[in-house]
Ligand binder design. Structure first.
Ligand SMILES: C[S@@+](CC[C@H](N)C(=O)[O-])C[C@H]1O[C@@H](n2cnc3c(N)ncnc32)[C@H](O)[C@@H]1O
Length: 287
Protein backbone atom coordinates (compact mmCIF):
# COMPACT_ATOMS: atom_id res chain seq x y z
CA UNK A 1 0.00 0.00 0.00
CA UNK A 2 1.34 3.45 -0.86
CA UNK A 3 1.25 6.55 1.28
CA UNK A 4 -0.12 8.75 -1.50
CA UNK A 5 -2.16 10.97 0.87
CA UNK A 6 1.01 11.87 2.78
CA UNK A 7 2.99 12.48 -0.43
CA UNK A 8 0.15 14.69 -1.72
CA UNK A 9 0.12 16.59 1.54
CA UNK A 10 3.89 17.26 1.31
CA UNK A 11 3.62 18.40 -2.31
CA UNK A 12 0.64 20.68 -1.61
CA UNK A 13 2.12 22.16 1.55
CA UNK A 14 5.76 22.58 0.53
CA UNK A 15 5.69 22.47 -3.27
CA UNK A 16 8.30 19.68 -3.14
CA UNK A 17 7.63 17.07 -5.85
CA UNK A 18 6.74 13.74 -4.27
CA UNK A 19 6.27 11.01 -6.89
CA UNK A 20 5.78 7.44 -5.68
CA UNK A 21 9.47 6.77 -6.44
CA UNK A 22 10.37 9.02 -3.48
CA UNK A 23 8.39 7.02 -0.97
CA UNK A 24 11.45 5.22 0.39
CA UNK A 25 13.12 8.61 0.97
CA UNK A 26 10.03 9.91 2.78
CA UNK A 27 9.98 6.77 4.91
CA UNK A 28 13.64 7.07 5.90
CA UNK A 29 13.36 10.79 6.71
CA UNK A 30 10.27 10.27 8.85
CA UNK A 31 11.54 7.20 10.69
CA UNK A 32 12.39 9.19 13.83
CA UNK A 33 9.00 10.93 13.85
CA UNK A 34 7.17 7.63 13.48
CA UNK A 35 9.17 6.21 16.39
CA UNK A 36 8.57 9.32 18.51
CA UNK A 37 4.79 9.11 17.97
CA UNK A 38 4.67 5.32 18.24
CA UNK A 39 3.04 4.85 14.82
CA UNK A 40 4.16 2.03 12.56
CA UNK A 41 3.51 3.22 9.00
CA UNK A 42 3.35 6.33 6.80
CA UNK A 43 -0.40 5.73 6.44
CA UNK A 44 -0.82 5.84 10.24
CA UNK A 45 1.35 8.98 10.35
CA UNK A 46 -0.89 10.65 7.74
CA UNK A 47 -3.99 9.67 9.78
CA UNK A 48 -2.33 11.30 12.82
CA UNK A 49 -1.76 14.51 10.81
CA UNK A 50 -5.36 14.47 9.58
CA UNK A 51 -7.01 13.88 12.95
CA UNK A 52 -4.79 14.68 15.95
CA UNK A 53 -5.33 17.92 17.89
CA UNK A 54 -1.50 18.13 18.00
CA UNK A 55 -1.21 17.95 14.18
CA UNK A 56 -0.19 21.60 13.79
CA UNK A 57 2.91 21.05 15.92
CA UNK A 58 3.67 17.79 14.09
CA UNK A 59 3.44 19.55 10.71
CA UNK A 60 6.43 21.66 11.75
CA UNK A 61 8.35 18.47 12.54
CA UNK A 62 7.32 17.06 9.14
CA UNK A 63 8.68 20.15 7.37
CA UNK A 64 12.00 19.96 9.20
CA UNK A 65 12.32 16.22 8.50
CA UNK A 66 11.38 16.29 4.83
CA UNK A 67 13.24 19.34 3.45
CA UNK A 68 16.73 18.98 1.92
CA UNK A 69 18.93 21.62 3.53
CA UNK A 70 22.31 21.10 1.82
CA UNK A 71 24.25 24.35 1.73
CA UNK A 72 27.73 25.77 2.29
CA UNK A 73 29.62 29.01 2.75
CA UNK A 74 30.46 30.83 -0.50
CA UNK A 75 28.55 28.27 -2.56
CA UNK A 76 28.45 29.51 -6.17
CA UNK A 77 30.80 32.32 -5.19
CA UNK A 78 30.67 34.17 -8.57
CA UNK A 79 27.15 35.32 -7.63
CA UNK A 80 28.54 36.95 -4.49
CA UNK A 81 31.34 38.52 -6.56
CA UNK A 82 28.68 39.88 -8.95
CA UNK A 83 26.87 41.48 -6.01
CA UNK A 84 30.04 43.11 -4.67
CA UNK A 85 31.68 44.06 -7.96
CA UNK A 86 28.68 44.98 -10.12
CA UNK A 87 25.38 45.44 -8.32
CA UNK A 88 26.38 47.40 -5.21
CA UNK A 89 28.77 49.75 -7.08
CA UNK A 90 26.03 50.50 -9.60
CA UNK A 91 23.60 51.33 -6.76
CA UNK A 92 26.20 53.53 -5.05
CA UNK A 93 26.86 55.35 -8.30
CA UNK A 94 23.31 56.76 -8.22
CA UNK A 95 22.29 56.66 -4.53
CA UNK A 96 25.00 57.93 -2.21
CA UNK A 97 23.61 56.79 1.15
CA UNK A 98 21.86 53.68 -0.05
CA UNK A 99 20.83 50.74 2.08
CA UNK A 100 21.35 47.72 -0.14
CA UNK A 101 18.63 45.16 0.60
CA UNK A 102 19.16 41.46 -0.02
CA UNK A 103 16.76 38.55 0.54
CA UNK A 104 18.23 35.08 1.00
CA UNK A 105 15.06 33.12 0.15
CA UNK A 106 15.46 29.50 1.25
CA UNK A 107 18.45 30.30 3.47
CA UNK A 108 18.79 26.87 5.14
CA UNK A 109 21.18 26.93 8.12
CA UNK A 110 22.49 30.41 7.33
CA UNK A 111 25.70 29.86 5.36
CA UNK A 112 24.26 31.74 2.36
CA UNK A 113 23.13 34.94 4.15
CA UNK A 114 26.29 35.01 6.31
CA UNK A 115 28.47 34.69 3.19
CA UNK A 116 26.61 37.63 1.65
CA UNK A 117 26.94 39.62 4.89
CA UNK A 118 30.70 38.98 5.11
CA UNK A 119 31.23 40.04 1.49
CA UNK A 120 29.14 43.20 1.94
CA UNK A 121 30.77 44.09 5.27
CA UNK A 122 34.16 43.74 3.63
CA UNK A 123 33.15 46.03 0.77
CA UNK A 124 31.72 48.51 3.27
CA UNK A 125 35.06 48.58 5.09
CA UNK A 126 36.81 49.53 1.86
CA UNK A 127 34.05 51.78 0.47
CA UNK A 128 32.21 53.37 3.41
CA UNK A 129 29.10 55.57 3.41
CA UNK A 130 26.30 53.10 2.74
CA UNK A 131 24.57 50.27 4.56
CA UNK A 132 23.04 46.87 3.90
CA UNK A 133 20.26 44.74 5.38
CA UNK A 134 19.54 41.08 4.78
CA UNK A 135 16.28 39.15 5.16
CA UNK A 136 16.81 35.38 5.39
CA UNK A 137 13.82 33.03 5.28
CA UNK A 138 13.16 29.32 5.25
CA UNK A 139 10.18 27.04 5.86
CA UNK A 140 12.08 24.75 8.24
CA UNK A 141 12.09 25.86 11.89
CA UNK A 142 15.02 23.53 12.60
CA UNK A 143 17.45 25.13 10.13
CA UNK A 144 16.33 28.62 11.15
CA UNK A 145 17.21 27.88 14.78
CA UNK A 146 20.69 26.80 13.66
CA UNK A 147 21.04 29.84 11.40
CA UNK A 148 20.16 32.28 14.18
CA UNK A 149 22.92 30.96 16.45
CA UNK A 150 25.51 31.39 13.68
CA UNK A 151 27.70 28.56 15.05
CA UNK A 152 29.49 26.23 12.59
CA UNK A 153 32.19 23.57 12.58
CA UNK A 154 35.60 25.09 11.86
CA UNK A 155 35.85 22.73 8.85
CA UNK A 156 32.79 24.35 7.27
CA UNK A 157 34.43 27.76 7.60
CA UNK A 158 37.37 26.61 5.45
CA UNK A 159 35.33 27.66 2.39
CA UNK A 160 35.29 31.28 3.61
CA UNK A 161 38.02 33.41 1.98
CA UNK A 162 40.80 33.91 4.55
CA UNK A 163 40.53 37.73 4.89
CA UNK A 164 36.84 37.34 5.80
CA UNK A 165 37.67 35.20 8.84
CA UNK A 166 37.82 38.54 10.66
CA UNK A 167 34.03 38.20 10.89
CA UNK A 168 34.31 34.95 12.85
CA UNK A 169 35.05 34.14 16.49
CA UNK A 170 36.91 30.89 17.12
CA UNK A 171 36.31 28.49 20.03
CA UNK A 172 39.26 27.68 22.25
CA UNK A 173 38.25 24.03 22.64
CA UNK A 174 40.71 21.95 20.54
CA UNK A 175 38.43 18.90 20.96
CA UNK A 176 35.56 20.64 19.20
CA UNK A 177 36.77 23.44 16.91
CA UNK A 178 33.85 25.74 16.22
CA UNK A 179 33.43 29.22 14.80
CA UNK A 180 30.69 31.77 15.44
CA UNK A 181 29.74 34.66 13.21
CA UNK A 182 30.46 37.94 15.03
CA UNK A 183 27.42 39.62 16.64
CA UNK A 184 27.68 42.79 14.54
CA UNK A 185 27.20 40.68 11.40
CA UNK A 186 24.45 38.53 12.93
CA UNK A 187 22.61 41.77 13.72
CA UNK A 188 22.46 42.60 10.01
CA UNK A 189 20.31 39.57 9.21
CA UNK A 190 16.63 39.14 10.10
CA UNK A 191 15.71 35.43 10.07
CA UNK A 192 12.03 34.57 9.54
CA UNK A 193 9.93 31.54 8.77
CA UNK A 194 8.28 31.76 5.34
CA UNK A 195 6.70 29.13 3.08
CA UNK A 196 6.99 29.84 -0.66
CA UNK A 197 3.65 28.06 -1.13
CA UNK A 198 1.79 30.78 0.77
CA UNK A 199 -0.34 32.79 -1.67
CA UNK A 200 1.20 36.06 -0.39
CA UNK A 201 4.45 36.65 1.46
CA UNK A 202 4.37 38.62 4.70
CA UNK A 203 7.32 40.75 3.63
CA UNK A 204 6.89 44.53 3.63
CA UNK A 205 9.87 45.41 1.53
CA UNK A 206 11.36 45.44 -1.93
CA UNK A 207 14.87 44.13 -2.45
CA UNK A 208 17.78 44.97 -4.70
CA UNK A 209 18.74 41.30 -4.92
CA UNK A 210 16.96 38.04 -4.14
CA UNK A 211 19.00 34.84 -3.80
CA UNK A 212 16.61 31.96 -4.57
CA UNK A 213 19.16 29.21 -5.07
CA UNK A 214 18.76 25.45 -5.07
CA UNK A 215 15.16 25.56 -3.88
CA UNK A 216 13.11 25.62 -7.12
CA UNK A 217 14.88 22.44 -8.21
CA UNK A 218 12.54 20.52 -5.87
CA UNK A 219 9.38 22.12 -7.38
CA UNK A 220 7.53 21.26 -10.60
CA UNK A 221 7.70 23.92 -13.41
CA UNK A 222 4.26 25.55 -12.76
CA UNK A 223 5.13 25.86 -9.05
CA UNK A 224 8.55 27.31 -9.94
CA UNK A 225 6.93 29.95 -12.18
CA UNK A 226 4.32 30.87 -9.55
CA UNK A 227 6.91 31.18 -6.76
CA UNK A 228 9.37 33.20 -8.86
CA UNK A 229 6.52 35.53 -9.92
CA UNK A 230 5.50 36.02 -6.28
CA UNK A 231 9.11 36.63 -5.21
CA UNK A 232 9.55 39.19 -7.98
CA UNK A 233 6.76 41.32 -6.47
CA UNK A 234 9.38 42.02 -3.79
CA UNK A 235 12.17 42.79 -6.27
CA UNK A 236 12.58 46.43 -7.21
CA UNK A 237 12.52 47.25 -10.94
CA UNK A 238 16.06 46.67 -12.18
CA UNK A 239 16.72 44.29 -9.24
CA UNK A 240 18.49 40.95 -9.61
CA UNK A 241 17.40 37.35 -8.96
CA UNK A 242 20.08 34.70 -8.40
CA UNK A 243 19.23 31.02 -8.88
CA UNK A 244 21.28 27.82 -8.53
CA UNK A 245 23.75 26.79 -11.24
CA UNK A 246 21.78 23.67 -12.06
CA UNK A 247 18.53 25.64 -12.42
CA UNK A 248 17.21 27.74 -15.33
CA UNK A 249 14.38 30.20 -15.94
CA UNK A 250 15.15 30.82 -19.62
CA UNK A 251 11.96 30.69 -21.72
CA UNK A 252 9.74 30.50 -18.64
CA UNK A 253 6.72 32.60 -17.77
CA UNK A 254 8.49 34.79 -15.20
CA UNK A 255 9.04 38.58 -14.91
CA UNK A 256 12.88 38.47 -15.09
CA UNK A 257 15.39 38.32 -17.94
CA UNK A 258 18.62 36.35 -18.08
CA UNK A 259 21.69 38.64 -17.78
CA UNK A 260 24.59 36.37 -16.72
CA UNK A 261 25.05 32.69 -15.72
CA UNK A 262 22.28 31.92 -13.16
CA UNK A 263 21.58 35.67 -12.78
CA UNK A 264 18.32 37.33 -13.89
CA UNK A 265 17.09 40.89 -13.80
CA UNK A 266 13.66 42.47 -13.48
CA UNK A 267 13.23 45.07 -16.22
CA UNK A 268 13.63 48.60 -14.90
CA UNK A 269 10.80 51.11 -15.21
CA UNK A 270 11.88 54.10 -17.31
CA UNK A 271 15.57 54.79 -17.11
CA UNK A 272 17.73 51.76 -16.33
CA UNK A 273 20.29 52.18 -13.60
CA UNK A 274 23.41 51.16 -15.50
CA UNK A 275 25.67 48.47 -14.08
CA UNK A 276 28.96 50.24 -13.56
CA UNK A 277 32.01 48.93 -11.82
CA UNK A 278 33.14 51.18 -8.99
CA UNK A 279 36.90 50.76 -8.74
CA UNK A 280 38.27 50.59 -5.24
CA UNK A 281 41.20 52.98 -4.91
CA UNK A 282 44.54 51.83 -3.54
CA UNK A 283 43.94 54.15 -0.57
CA UNK A 284 40.56 52.52 0.21
CA UNK A 285 42.12 49.10 -0.23
CA UNK A 286 44.80 49.91 2.40
CA UNK A 287 42.23 51.30 4.92
C1 LIG B 1 19.05 22.92 -0.69
S1 LIG B 1 18.65 24.20 0.43
C2 LIG B 1 19.38 25.60 -0.39
C3 LIG B 1 20.04 26.54 0.59
C4 LIG B 1 20.74 27.74 -0.03
N1 LIG B 1 19.82 28.59 -0.75
C5 LIG B 1 21.86 27.30 -0.94
O1 LIG B 1 21.75 27.41 -2.16
O2 LIG B 1 22.89 26.82 -0.41
C6 LIG B 1 16.91 24.43 0.09
C7 LIG B 1 16.16 25.14 1.21
O3 LIG B 1 14.85 25.47 0.74
C8 LIG B 1 13.94 25.31 1.79
N2 LIG B 1 12.57 25.10 1.26
C9 LIG B 1 12.08 24.00 0.65
N3 LIG B 1 10.78 24.16 0.38
C10 LIG B 1 10.45 25.40 0.82
C11 LIG B 1 9.24 26.15 0.83
N4 LIG B 1 8.10 25.66 0.33
N5 LIG B 1 9.25 27.38 1.37
C12 LIG B 1 10.40 27.90 1.89
N6 LIG B 1 11.58 27.24 1.92
C13 LIG B 1 11.59 26.00 1.38
C14 LIG B 1 14.46 24.10 2.55
O4 LIG B 1 14.01 24.06 3.89
C15 LIG B 1 15.98 24.26 2.42
O5 LIG B 1 16.55 24.84 3.57
Amino acid sequence: MTASALRNRIQAQLGIMMPETKEALVRSRLQRRLAALGVDSLEAYERYLATSPAALEELRELVSAITTNTTSFFREAPQIDYLVEQIVPSILATERYATVKVWSAGCSSGEEPYSIAMALADLQRRVPGWDYAILATDVSPRVLDAARTGVYLADQAAAIPRPLHRYLMTSRDPERPLVRVRPELRAKIAFHELNFMDPRYAVDDVFDVIYFRNVAIYFDPPTQDAVVTRLCRHLRPGGHLMIGHSESLVGRDVPVRHVAPSIYRKPARGRTRPIRVHRVTAEQERA
